[in-house]
Write a protein that binds this ligand. Structure first.
Ligand code: ADP
Ligand code: ZN
Length: 622
């Protein structure tokens, strides 16, 4: 229904701005949140002011709210283009949970259901209409839209437009029709894909006009990153899951065979888990995904085919049992943890054996350029895993974002959990070799000098006469290559940009050179100790702060019952974060419950009494 209390129209660009207090009231009543996440307010304001928007925000950044709130506030229907049928249904269910008038149109509807949606579009009673992109190729659909009052268009997962992205969907190209047919309606595009090429493609293909552009930070403060040496990986996974009882999580594996094997292993050990990969029949994939969404199983073991469309907000851990092919993928996959912004764990199990296996995959790429690129990406991924450098800093650097803190406090490097070995002496040798050869050479020659290789270049330059020649014989070339890589990565060395890559010292290497500071590297892959000896219980476990676990379990059980009654996934009723807050504040009245983040008017009215009663009963039982 149209909402008199917020009645606003999408104005012409440059129109009057909406007061912040009005936005906050609408936010609080609709979603139960008391503040906006970064950039949300500006995006909502610009949409309501009639301006195009391009928003790049990480998973869990809160993109849906950016168009759901203005859809709720503005007169007319907001049309949301969404790539997956399953995603649409979830979004509509979740909007309805907050009392928004939402519907979708896609090939899963019967003729009668679709006609009903068209009727509601016509009579203006929809806040939100979700559609799949191929509708824009249908003239009849365009005329229906033209006859309706449209507030704005929102293009979700807009990177699907771009052939540069990883999820290119040819259907999305028909979205160029939006601007042609609806020159005055603002278009807001959203994606979590950060690359510049994709961004430019979106701007061009949707012909966005002077759009308001935001690029949110890709830092996910509630995610804890860790890399552990990989040994008997199935047992390591099992041990991890047992330490995180009842917490939903995703395990990524590279191959379908490995997925099946791990899922069967966990199942045999009593962990409720199901596999997911592209080789399974569509129906089975859907069932397995739903079982995970509905908290019927604890763990889904998957290839990267499990991805877009996973809106489950209470994923408490994402484990990578194999090295991913690149950092972009790793970031997107780990990003599925902790959307509700509660603490969540991302653990990568890494062993030297992964690299040859992945190299084998890469060798099958025919196109040489593509192969070289894939190899470069794989090397970045291996660097991430093996470098003694804050994981968060490395991930963000990949997206060209500089992490401002010296210590993130939430990765194995920054918390000192990762095991390191002292390589100060070796670093000094490398630095000395560089100095003595005049900082005029690339890594290959410096390594030759260090190991005392008998090459023509060494002899001609007389480098077999310098003091560091052969000083590093006790290690092999690959050790020195990776040490130099690490020194570059950590800023002790720099690469001179000229016709030939030349290594130079930087200011930052002086303390190490003078022996005032140690240079430590990770012991990754060289260790042999069983997991239990070297690692205690992971220090940061999801939701580690003291909460009343018994109450949490009760509320979670209640949430599940209600979810079954409403036929929606449990996280749509309330997020884990909201349940945690209830455990902390133990509200026993409806108005106290309404103060909890994530409890808006609609949910208070729909579920409030049952939750308040449960909390009272728990208090009485204490
Ligand atoms: P994205 O689509 O960007 O991955 P979602 O829209 O799914 O992110 O939002 C992630 C989670 O954050 C959801 O559970 C959502 O309800 C919650 N959320 C969004 N905005 C806010 C906010 N302002 N305050 C608190 N929680 C929020
Ligand atoms: Zn860190």
């Amino acid at each position: 229904m149209p909402h008199a209390e917020f009645a606003a129209s999408v104005s012409a660009p440059g129109g009057p701005a909406i007061a912040e207090s009005v936005l906050l009231t609408a936010l609080n009543r609709t979603f139960g949140y008391s503040s906006f996440r970064p950039h949300q307010r500006e995006i909502v304001e610009h949409i309501l002011a009639g301006r195009d928007v391009l928003a790049i925000m990480p998973t869990g950044g809160g993109k849906s709210l950016c168009y759901q709130l203005p859809a709720r506030m503005a007169a007319g229907t907001a049309v949301v283009i969404s790539p997956l049928i399953s995603l649409m249904k979830d979004q509509v269910d979740s909007a309805r949970e907050n009392n928004m008038a939402a519907a979708y149109l896609n090939s899963s509807l019967t003729g009668a259901q679709a006609s009903q949606v068209y009727r509601r579009l016509e009579d203006g009673s929809l806040d939100l209409l979700y559609i799949s992109p191929e509708r824009f190729a249908m003239d009849s659909f365009i005329s229906s839209l033209k006859a309706a009052r449209i507030s704005f268009f929102a293009v979700d997962e807009a990177h699907c437009l771009s052939e540069w992205g990883h999820d290119f969907r040819p259907d999305y190209l028909s979205l160029a029709a939006i601007r042609r047919h609806f020159p005055r309606a603002p278009i807001a595009a959203f994606t979590a894909t950060a690359t510049n090429a994709v961004q430019q493609d979106i701007l061009a293909k949707l012909t966005l006009k002077n759009p308001f552009q935001v690029r949110a930070s890709f830092n996910r403060p509630n995610l804890h990153y860790e890399v552990r040496p990989k040994r008997e990986v199935d047992s390591q996974l099992l041990a991890f899951i047992r330490e995180h009882k009842d917490q939903p999580g995703i395990i990524y594996r590279t191959t379908r065979t490995a997925v099946e094997k791990t899922a069967a292993f966990l199942d045999s050990k009593g962990i409720k888990s199901l596999p997911y990969h592209a080789g399974l029949p569509q129906k089975e994939r859907e069932t397995n995904q739903e079982a995970f969404s509905n908290d019927e199983i604890q763990v889904v073991v998957a290839t990267i085919a499990f991805g877009m469309g996973i809106d489950k907000s209470n994923v408490r851990f994402v484990l990578h049992a194999d090295l991913p092919k690149n950092l972009e993928g790793y970031y997107q996959e780990t990003g599925r943890a902790g959307r509700d912004s509660d603490p969540s764990l991302c653990v990568l199990f890494y062993g030297g054996g992964d690299i040859p296996k992945l190299r084998h995959f890469l060798d099958q790429i025919v196109d040489e350029e593509e192969k070289a690129l894939a190899l470069r990406r794989l090397n970045q991924m291996a660097d991430f895993a093996s470098r003694n450098l804050c994981r968060r800093r490395q991930l963000l650097a990949y997206f060209e974002e500089e992490y401002p803190e010296p210590n993130c406090g939430s990765c194995d490097i920054c918390t000192g959990k990762a095991e390191t070995t002292d390589a100060t002496r070796e670093a000094q040798m490398a630095l000395s070799a560089l100095v003595r050869t005049g900082e005029r050479f690339g890594a290959a020659h410096v390594v030759d000098v260090l190991v005392g290789a008998d090459t023509k270049k060494v002899r001609e330059l007389g480098h077999d006469q310098i003091k560091t020649y052969g000083a590093g014989k006790h290690k092999d070339k690959s050790y020195w290559r990776s040490l130099i890589g690490e020194m570059l990565g950590r800023g002790l060395l720099a690469m001179d940009s000229g016709p030939y890559p030349v290594l130079k010292l930087t200011e930052a290497c002086l303390p190490v050179l003078q022996g005032k500071e140690k240079f430590e590297i990770l012991e990754m892959g060289t260790r042999d100790k069983p997991e239990s000896e070297s690692k205690g219980r992971s220090r940061v476990s999801a939701g580690a702060e003291d909460i009343d676990q018994e109450l949490f379990d009760r509320l979670r059980a209640l949430r599940k019952t209600l979810a079954q009654r409403q036929a929606v996934p449990p996280y749509m009723i309330f997020s884990d974060k909201t349940l945690h807050e209830m455990c902390r504040h133990k509200p026993v009245t409806l108005s106290a419950l309404r103060e909890i983040s994530g409890v808006g008017d609609a949910k208070r009215d729909r579920y409030g009494i049952e939750f308040v009663q449960e909390i009272r009963a728990h208090a009485g039982a204490d």
